[in-house]
Design a protein around this ligand. Structure first.
Ligand code: NAG
Length: 321
């Protein structure tokens, strides 16, 4: 039994060695945490949005009546956006918590979007995290990736962040970079290049969120409450551009951590989905790791590898980094 733990343990030790001493990721100077009133505004859900601790903590909830959500007051052309989020626990199938950048309200046909989407699950199964990128209205071409996590996101707050510069996008979970999107050439039309606002929402995604819509939201378990704190809106314009550009270059250690995370925790990758994309999209560099994925882009072994172990891990102390 013990030996089944060791690869995971090794992963944690490795990350710990590399990352324990680093500052909040990415290490940007003068990053401020804003209270709700300083940076955000409610967009829907009336009393399903609640402020706590003088607006430093925001609860958004979903019940049979409505979901809820908020957005940044300003829009940003490049920046670092972050929140510590605690997701609703227990039975959450069909529930979607989204933390994302978009300008769909301004550019109807050519909008850009950068997404973290948290997909609820049936009891005993873990939340999935999905990231996606749309640029200039490329919504017919999904670039979804889905991952499991090395912790239970309903037990504690964890930091989810997006760094967006003029040529690089990095998604982070805590201090681990999990996805890097590069703007390689002017042909990369899907790379967002127009100002976007930050959004956080919770809504009923019964039609697709859990196992492609097989499990619906069950309002017997409502309200579903997602908690947000440590809200960061950091512009990478003008005098911050240089610091952002340098933060967007991953160190060899960060890259190793990212690759290790992706190997172990990715449950779906559009680059491996040969049903949707018979020929992988131009930016995909598919290597021998494709053997880990089915035709559908789903990981071959993820459930088998992680489900049993996760249960045994639950309840033990957070291994930390
Ligand atoms: C974005 O899309 C519009 C409409 O399809 C097109 O005219 C424009 O050139 C595109 N912009 C970029 C940067 O590709």
């Amino acid at each position: 039994m013990l030996c089944s733990y060791s690869p995971k343990l090794f992963f944690f030790l490795l990350l710990h060695l590399f990352l324990a001493s680093t500052e909040p990721i990415p290490s940007l100077p003068n990053v401020e945490k804003l209270s709700f009133h300083e940076g955000y505004t409610q967009i829907f859900g009336d009393s399903n949005l609640m402020l706590h601790h003088e607006g430093k903590k925001v609860h958004i909830s979903l019940n049979e009546r409505t979901g809820s959500g908020f957005r940044s007051q300003e829009s940003y052309l490049y920046g670092f956006f972050s929140a510590s989020i605690k997701l609703p626990s227990d039975y959450t199938a069909g529930v979607v918590v989204a933390f994302y950048m978009s300008n769909g309200d301004v550019y109807e046909k050519t909008h850009d979007e950068l997404d973290f989407e948290f997909l609820g699950n049936v009891r005993g199964r873990d939340w999935r995290v999905q990231t996606n990128v749309y640029g200039n209205g490329s919504t017919s071409v999904g670039r979804e990736e889905r991952y499991g996590l090395w912790f239970d996101p309903t037990e504690d707050f964890h930091q989810y962040s997006i760094l967006w510069t003029y040529d690089t996008i990095i998604f982070y979970v805590d201090d681990i970079p999990i996805r890097e999107v590069k703007r390689v050439s002017s042909r990369d039309v899907y790379f967002p290049l127009k100002p976007m606002s930050l959004y956080a929402t919770i809504w009923d995604g019964s039609t697709w969120a859990t196992s492609g819509g097989r499990y619906k939201v069950n309002y017997k378990y409502a309200p579903f409450i997602a908690e947000f704190t440590d809200l960061v809106l950091h512009s990478c314009a003008t005098h911050h551009a240089l610091a952002c550009a340098s933060a967007s270059v991953l160190s060899p250690e960060q890259r190793l951590a990212m690759e290790s995370f992706r190997r172990r925790y990715m449950t779906y990758g559009y680059c491996y989905d040969r049903i949707r994309y018979a020929v992988p999209l131009a930016e995909c560099h598919v290597g021998p790791e494709k053997e880990l994925f089915l035709m559908s882009g789903e990981s071959r072994a993820y459930e088998r590898r992680h489900r049993m172990k996760r249960r045994s891990w639950r309840g033990t102390a957070d291994p930390g980094f």
